[in-house]
Design a binder for this molecule. Sequence first.
Ligand SMILES: *Cc1c(COP(=O)(O)O)cnc(C)c1O
Length: 268
Amino acid sequence: MPTPETTATRHDQHGRYAQVHSVADIHRNLAIVQARIQAACIRVGRDPAQVRLLPVSKTQPDAVVRLAYAAGLRMLGENKPQEALRKWEASQDLSGLHWSVIGHLQTNKAKLVARCAAEFQALDSLRVAEALERRLQAEGRALDVLVQVNTSGEASKYGLEPADVPAFMQALPAFSALRVRGLMTLAMFSSEAERVRQCFIRLRTLREQLRQSVPDGIALDELSMGMSGDFEIAIEEGASVVRVGQALFGARAVPDSHYWPGEAPAHA
Ligand SMILES: *Cc1c(COP(=O)(O)O)cnc(C)c1O
């Protein structure tokens, strides 16, 4: 049986996944991804039911959103608030479809997230927490949020430094419309599995440390980590949510540097 020590990244597939044209294409990709999730769970003795697959539809056209819905998917991830709002508006007839915003938010876009998102995974400043709280109060609703942590030490990555997270958590109960559910990270984009794994270990270790000190009402159950190229390693290290785009919906035409400033367009 393969052991976690041998699990590799799949960054070599980056940009090579085939476009989807039908519900059957999405069902096939879902089956492949779910089998990979299951295999990773088995390697470390986890129950696959504890891992939520968040399909990421960024850059994909509305037609693909509709195929995803027809394939049974009911929550989709978007990196940019404007794109999330636009797709939310365009899919009002798809009942029960929810949106998760997984990318960095500027305070002047908080209104968009407060309007259309069921979940926000990239909380990384008190200014954004304040802006979201104000907009959510105005909308009369609450939002599930994850705190984004920079576990790779790369200046280009968003997220709080691990050392700053404990104090940040102490401030969050003041925002009653934010339901804190856990932590999120983007690992280093490297073909060296061990360096990627260290990022995930860092997030899980931080969660264990925080458990000693988090205020009442702050939950830390969610660890959102792993994407098409590295979700199996993330699951081996405890991910409860994996955010998977390309492996489900095909390669994106837009280079990743558009979403992750500073990221090189071609990856190792
Ligand atoms: C695009 C994106 C993903 C998914 O990446 P894939 O390589 O398409 O699986 C995951 N997380 C975030 C924050 C993203 O922006």
